[in-house]
Write a protein that binds this ligand. Structure first.
Ligand code: C2O
Ligand code: CU
Length: 508
């Protein structure tokens, strides 16, 4: 990345230096640390109005291995109705230590919710935290009042309830997470996967999901207190323990040789971009935040920024000479400010049996919006920062938003745009090494620089703004409403790097 020093602000230099020189050594992983008793299926009681139909079989959505799904209480095949509760819980990540965490239904990650595109999803949510919260359905193009934005939704108070009720318009891998006090609540475990299946999904032998996170544990095994200065702020909070589906040891599975799997990867990390490889199998990227790609692509290493998702097709085609042993490994380099670059195994799949090779993945035809419409509106958003009385403050175009914590405190919207108008947004950073920038309720695609547009195709709702290189995305703001836009490094968002866009429907 060419660093043009003339454009470096003093703060950028400060943050970059903080990020680069402060790596704590990542402790060796403790193979006995295992979230065993947190992986049981949550005990969900049927709602009183559906209790007489509890024997109705759950409709046949393709099963996904890795995270237990919430039972669907509703017999209507087009309605998924579930119960979700946020509350304190305990994780067992270090031998002999009960780590106090926050969790949905007592498990990290929260139970998976899955549905089919076009389904109505009803979530009876109860807040058993001691703090306010909301649930945000990250990536779903639903109505803004169901989005969990604390700028719209009165936060759910301790002991309070809220019913989220929406129709899922797009098939893709999504996730849900707290949107109040997110730097703490997500770090402590309030996140889970939400999968929307295609009406006619490509045939595979198995689906797996891997929800990835890094959590920062103090020496006593408790989640480290958030710092208010230094690298935890400058680059966001990097963890020192890597979690795959909530466990510190590699997820283990088996597969028949020649079988074809669909893997869904979700990053719930606060700040760290994860670099993922798969060794011992042939794989390609078949889907992004917004769903399946018309043209899958191959890459040696996938960078997954906080909040992003990728769907992979993985062919278990290791040569038979390798025997029935470990063939597939997901390795992640925890690249700590560039100083530490080690491989960590996230999952292993051993070969068990053999099936006849399947034909190649048949890509469904997905129509992306035209990448070069006439006369798109151009917006320029500069991600900045400054020292204020209360410490470091982050900004978009010089304005620090507040609002994750208080639904009244949001700064005025950065933009009002008519629905369906093509808009190019050029994002440029003046502070910190990276910003995974997120638009609520919309998808976009990268259109510049050309090399990135080519290397990172597909619809996204998070784009990684790296260094001072500008990146331009094209969106259509198809979904009317009041939408948050923010850095997905919560330490940045909560210190001001957030705003809103109001998308105006045509006048009646
Ligand atoms: Cu995952 Cu406001 O976002
Ligand atoms: Cu940021």
């Amino acid at each position: 990345m060419p660093l043009r020093t003339t454009r470096l602000s003093p703060l950028f230099g400060l943050f970059f230096a903080l990020a680069a020189c402060s790596s704590e050594p990542t402790p060796p992983r403790d193979a006995s640390n295992d979230l065993t008793d947190a992986t049981a299926s949550p005990d969900v009681k049927p709602a009183s109005d559906v209790s007489d139909v509890v024997d109705v079989p759950i409709r046949p959505l393709p099963p996904i291995e890795g995270v237990p799904a919430l039972p669907d209480m509703n017999p209507d095949p087009r309605i998924v109705e579930v119960r979700l509760t946020s509350g304190p819980a305990v994780a067992h990540w270090r031998t002999g230590v009960d780590t106090d965490v926050l969790a949905y239904n007592g498990v990290i990650p929260g139970p998976m919710i899955h549905a089919r595109v076009g389904d109505r999803v009803i979530v009876h949510f109860t807040n058993e935290l001691e703090d306010d919260t909301t649930v945000h359905w990250h990536g779903l193009r639903i109505t803004d009042v169901m989005d969990g934005s604390p700028a719209i939704q009165e936060p759910v108070r301790p002991g309070g309830e809220f019913t989220y009720d929406f129709v899922v318009p797009d098939a893709a891998t999504f996730w849900y997470h707290s949107h109040v006090g997110t730097a703490e609540q997500i770090e402590r475990g309030l996140y889970g996967a939400l999968v929307v299946h295609e009406a006619d999904p490509p045939a595979v032998d198995r689906e797996r999901i891997f929800v990835l996170d890094d959590v920062k544990l103090a020496a006593d095994g408790q989640i480290a207190p958030a710092l208010s200065a230094g690298p935890d702020i400058g680059r966001g909070r990097y963890g020192n323990v890597l979690l795959t589906n909530g466990q510190t040891t590699p997820v283990e599975g088996s597969a028949a040789r020649n079988s074809v799997e669909r893997w869904r990867l979700v990053s719930a990390a606060n700040a760290r971009s994860l670099r993922v490889r798969i060794d011992g199998a042939t794989w390609q990227v078949v889907g992004t935040d917004g769903g399946l790609l018309g043209q899958p692509y191959s890459t040696d290493e996938l960078v997954i920024a906080p909040g992003q998702r990728y769907d992979l097709e993985v062919r278990m085609d290791a040569p038979s000479s390798s025997g029935a042993q470990l063939i597939t490994t997901v390795l992640t380099a925890l690249s700590d400010g560039g100083l530490v670059d080690r491989d960590y195994t996230l999952a292993t799949v051993s070969l068990d049996g053999e099936v006849a090779p399947r034909p190649a993945w048949v890509a469904p035809s997905v129509t992306l919006p035209d990448a070069d419409p006439a006369m798109p509106q151009q917006l320029n958003w500069v991600l900045g920062g400054r020292l204020a009385d209360a410490g470091v403050e982050f900004t978009i175009n010089g304005i620090a938003g507040t609002g994750h914590g208080s639904h009244t405190g949001m700064a005025a919207p950065i933009e009002r745009v008519p629905q369906n108008r093509p808009v190019r947004i050029t994002l440029r950073s003046e502070v910190s090494p990276e910003h995974p920038f997120h638009l609520h309720g919309q998808f976009f695609q990268i259109v510049a620089p050309a090399a990135r547009a080519e290397a990172e195709p597909g619809l996204k709702d998070v784009v990684l703004v790296r260094g001072i290189e500008p990146v331009t995305v094209l969106t259509y703001f198809e979904n009317p409403g009041q939408w948050m836009v923010h850095c997905h490094i919560s330490e940045h968002a909560e210190r001001g790097m957030m705003s809103e866009v109001v998308v105006l429907p045509p006048a009646p």
